[in-house]
Write a protein that binds this ligand. Structure first.
Ligand SMILES: [Zn+2]
Length: 281
């Protein structure tokens, strides 16, 4: 069987990232320049016939329903990233349930097709939150990130569960599809994408992806449309480390992504839902 590559894209704009939250309050979002549409359309062109999964913020879907339809019409999977990027573990259970249910329905109303996948903002899940996501009629979550050095990522215990390929079966109706990292001995190397994709030299990244595919047979990559946009407005009033993570190598992302597509042209580029359907027993 061909190895599978699951490209996942969190559709949010430059002013919605967690690291800028202290400087760009939610109330100011409507006055910010929306750049996500043209950045996402460029990514759609770059993907060409490869299929991907787009975890779309409800706030964006509300303003750009045409973009959501375009993603769906081009054969990709539309999935939810919540409404306004509130971290799951900072919401009450009731608020989280409302967010999960409303963001799913908003996307389904736009595309006229079921939405079954969810990604938590900043991977902010835990075991209880995974059960809530399942209760809200999703069939998978893709928010588990084993790279523990990032303080904001949530923690869930997936051990002891049956695996279907790279997906972890949490119940008859619900799976976790973790973001990929490379394990060498007991060390975890963050090779799932995002800022690490921009920061890590390409030859090492490509080598790591190859290793992950050999070990696991599948690879889950994540990124954001703003990561391809060096022209975005600068936020200077945040810490140097946030600026470094946000702005480094934005101009190289598209070329690196093309190089990944080329290096792994024999892999099957599939959506999370397609992957799950192919491995579920
Ligand atoms: Zn996000």
């Amino acid at each position: 069987m061909k190895p599978s590559i699951l490209i996942t894209i969190d559709v949010e704009d430059w002013f919605q990232v967690e690291n800028f939250k202290s400087r760009i309050p939610f109330s100011s979002w409507p006055s910010r320049e929306l750049r996500v549409e043209k950045n996402t359309l460029r990514l759609l062109d770059l993907l060409d016939s490869r299929r991907a999964t787009f975890f779309i913020l409800g706030w964006i879907a509300e303003r750009l329903p045409g973009l959501v339809r375009e993603i769906h019409d081009r054969g990709h999977e539309v999935a939810s990233h919540g409404y306004n990027h509130n971290l799951c573990n900072q919401q009450s259970n009731a608020d989280l349930k409302a967010d999960l249910t409303d963001s799913k329905k908003r996307l389904e109303d736009i595309i006229g097709f079921p939405v079954t996948g969810y990604r938590a903002p900043s991977f902010s899940i835990n075991d209880d939150i995974l059960r809530i996501i399942e209760d809200c009629a999703y069939s998978y979550d893709s928010s588990y990130n084993s790279f523990a050095m990032h303080g904001r990522y949530g923690h869930a215990d997936l051990s002891g569960n049956q695996r279907n390929g790279i997906a972890v079966r949490l119940s008859d109706n619900f799976h976790e599809i973790p973001v990929s990292n490379l394990m060498i001995g007991k060390r975890v190397f963050p090779l799932g994408g995002g800022g690490y994709f921009r920061l890590i030299p390409f030859p090492f990244f490509r080598w790591g992806v190859r290793k992950i595919l050999e070990q696991e047979g599948g690879y889950v990559f994540y990124m954001h449309p703003w990561e391809t946009d060096p022209e975005q407005p600068r936020v200077n009033s945040v810490s140097p480390s946030y600026k470094f993570r946000h702005y480094t190598n934005l101009g190289k992302t598209e070329d690196k992504l093309s190089a990944i597509f080329k290096a792994f042209r024999n892999a099957a580029f599939v959506t999370c839902r397609e992957y799950l359907n192919s491995v579920r027993q």
